[in-house]
Design a protein around this ligand. Structure first.
Ligand code: AMP
Ligand code: MG
Length: 491
């Protein structure tokens, strides 16, 4: 395989990384390869077939032009600053430039120890690798900014966690791996000059439209706030809980990164938490906007010396930007909610309609995905169909809210437009998402060397909006009496 490498970070950002080498896997075997993504990226497959892919995407051989490195970064983990994190179980093979001129990082995750591994083994187990592959591809197909999965390869080695698991390597494609924590690392250890250098690099890479701004660090903060606000609103629109919104897991490009303990809600709970290590619910579903705000303040702190160096009066502007974060999030969030409900332009009273909806959903144990999808069923076929759609609810509670919603919808579009609104809603409300119980059973089979169920689930969630015959079980939540779902960190 030929990679169109052009390793700018390696060339221009010496001191921001440590060179790294993958550990050689004992018996690499291809588990999954994303051919469509490879084609988009301009990766050219040669004759080696699966054996070549398995070798390349496990670190057994290095592709020509690779200059592998591990990024340095710091980060606030659950509110506490860790000055020294960095890629402990990942390495960048290099950057590629696609035929369309876009630049991407190609990173191996789980390929062994680096200079930043501390006590870790640098490895990944097959379950978390296939979980990230599935969920990140599903997110991409729902139009949510995310890193992508190019390949998953079993290494043939065992990885010791609470017990021994088969090891695997994930190849992750990202717009970049520059995190809030990357800025924090250089701010904490080396001061203003490298932070300003990183600001220029990040702008050239992600926000070329602000390259001529008088105060680049301030302009970068402004852009990152917008992207991150949209990202969190998009997550919440599909019932997604990231689970570990530490500043080292928040990308400057605004992509979802680090699929560790994330999960999607079935039954709606504003305070849903899945991660076994998030004991205080810091990263609960409904807390995510607050954490977004907190994280942006940490980014601003790291950028402050650079902002100040250009013009000390701009420090006030940075404070103003941080104060605007909740409003910017709210704007994105309400836009998403209106689209989910088939509504167009914001109107007085929408906030009360949304609040009443969430209160009703919570009281009725509504299945998040099924509820929103069911609204279009209701518009097309009436209430009996809604009640059979997998989102049944108490008639009194649902009936009261429904009257308000329909009145609001008809006031904007007219009753004759209900079918058209249902069509529009089906384009934004997914039917097939990686539901926890489906993911778990697919991973269990995969760990026992049967990839069939995982492959089937992947193909279903990669076409999330169009209803298909015979896939009813994939659209339903787990039973109400199912045990609470718990996730664990550690790809
Ligand atoms: P994460 O939970 O993915 O956000 O990782 C937090 C930090 O721990 C990062 O610096 C990782 O590189 C590091 N880390 C996590 N797991 C391992 C591992 N198995 N070996 C080495 N470093 C790790
Ligand atoms: Mg991380």
């Amino acid at each position: 395989m030929r990679f169109p490498f052009d390793n700018l970070f390696f060339r221009e950002m010496e001191g921001f990384y440590a060179p790294a080498e993958p550990e050689r896997p004992s018996a690499p075997k291809l588990l999954a390869f994303n051919h469509a993504l490879a084609a988009d990226l301009g990766l050219i497959l040669e004759k080696g077939g699966e054996a070549e892919l398995a070798a390349l995407f496990s670190g057994a051989i290095l592709p020509e032009g690779a200059e592998p490195l591990a990024f340095a970064y710091a980060g606030h983990q659950f509110g506490h600053f860790s000055p020294q994190l960095g890629d402990g179980r990942a390495l960048l093979l290099g950057e590629i430039v696609t035929p369309a001129g876009q630049r991407f990082d190609v990173q191996l995750k789980g390929s062994g120890r680096t200079a930043f591994s501390r006590n870790g083994d640098g490895k990944a187990a097959i379950g978390p690798v296939l979980r990230e592959y599935l969920i990140s591809e599903s997110m991409a197909k729902m139009g949510i900014a995310t890193t992508r999965a190019l390949a998953a390869v079993a290494t043939g080695d065992r990885v010791q966690r609470e017990r021994a698991h088969p090891g695997a390597v994930l190849t992750r494609i990202a717009a970049s791996h520059i995190r809030i924590g990357t800025f924090q690392y250089f701010a904490a250890h080396h001061g203003e000059a490298p932070v300003s250098q990183l600001v220029r690099h990040a702008i050239a890479r992600h926000y070329p439209e602000i390259a001529a701004e008088k105060n680049p660090a301030l302009a970068l903060l402004d852009r990152v706030i917008d992207r991150q606000a949209k990202l969190v609103a998009d997550w919440m629109g599909v019932g997604f809980v990231h689970g570990v919104m530490n500043t080292d897991n928040m990308s400057i490009s605004g992509e979802t990164i680090d699929y560790g303990p994330c999960a999607f809600m079935d039954r709606f709970r504003m305070n849903s938490v899945f991660s076994s290590i998030d004991r205080n619910g810091r990263y609960a579903y409904g807390k995510q906007p607050h954490i977004l705000h907190w994280n942006m303040a940490r980014l601003a702190e790291a950028l402050l010396p650079s902002i100040h160096a250009v013009d000390e009066k701009d420090v006030e502007k940075a404070k103003q930007l941080i104060a605007e974060v909740p409003a910017r999030f709210q704007e994105q969030w309400e836009k998403n909610l209106r689209a989910k409900l088939g509504l167009g332009v914001a109107q007085e009273g929408d906030g009360a309609l949304f609040d009443a909806m969430f209160a009703m959903m919570e009281a009725e144990n509504a299945d998040f995905t099924g509820f929103f999808r069911g609204l279009a069923v209701h518009l097309r076929e009436g209430d009996h169909a809604f009640q059979r759609s997998g989102a049944p609810m108490d008639e009194a509670a649902w009936g009261e809210w429904r009257v308000q919603w329909l009145a609001r919808l008809d006031a904007e579009y007219g009753e004759g437009q209900r079918l058209a609104r249902a069509e529009a809603m089906d384009q934004v409300n997914p039917l097939y998402i990686p539901r926890n119980h489906l993911v778990e059973s697919a991973l269990e089979k995969a760990e026992a060397s049967d990839m069939g169920r995982w492959e089937r689930l992947l193909s279903i969630v990669c076409d999330p909006y169009v209803q298909r015959e015979g896939l009813e079980e994939f659209a339903l939540p787990d039973g109400l009496d199912a045990p609470a779902y718990r996730t664990f960190c550690g790809t």
